[in-house]
Design a protein around this ligand. Structure first.
Ligand code: SF4
Length: 152
């Protein structure tokens, strides 16, 4: 089996069995993982803000610097099995990788099931139209942008 193999209903297979291509296709493209997070000291957990990475194309929910993202943003999350295991506690609860890691099915709005991004857009899963670039927010002002619509 080649790394580029894509099997029927591959998203129901264990994550560890996916080919590279299947792993890549599992991403719903919501860009919630591109949001800035803050440590909530009272609750001892991370909270999400609506401030998003400057390299995100907010309309397409895609990275404009994908090949150079680690160089430009050293803490950018490049998910593989080991990163997922280490980060699962703070990855958004709608994330396809987190859901499958926890042996849960993909939601009906996921583009692999619904056939398009329309449902996830309608349900506000994608960040388009709900975020502001980090270029316009000082680090000290992040707290003003904490949101509740993304949770880990
Ligand atoms: S949160 Fe998960 S599903 Fe959404 S863009 Fe990030 S990696 Fe992909």
């Amino acid at each position: 089996m080649s790394d580029q193999t894509v099997r029927e209903r591959f998203w129901e297979l264990p994550l560890a069995d996916l080919t590279s291509k299947e792993w890549e296709l599992l991403c719903d493209g919501c860009a919630r993982c591109c949001l800035k997070k803050l440590q909530d000291e009272d609750a001892a957990r991370l909270v999400y803000t609506r401030v998003v990475c400057r390299y995100l194309d907010q309309q397409k929910c895609s990275c404009t610097a994908y090949r150079r993202r680690n160089e430009l943003v050293p803490d950018c999350l490049v998910l593989d099995m080991s990163v997922l295991q280490a980060s699962v506690d703070w990855i958004p609860d709608t994330c396809a990788y987190k859901l499958r890691y926890q042996n849960q099915p993909l939601p009906a709005w996921h583009p692999l099931l619904s056939g398009s991004r329309d449902h996830m857009q309608a349900q506000g899963i994608a960040v388009t139209g709900r975020v502001i670039s980090e270029d316009y927010v000082h680090d000290d002002g992040l707290e003003e942008h904490v949101i509740r619509w993304v949770r880990a």
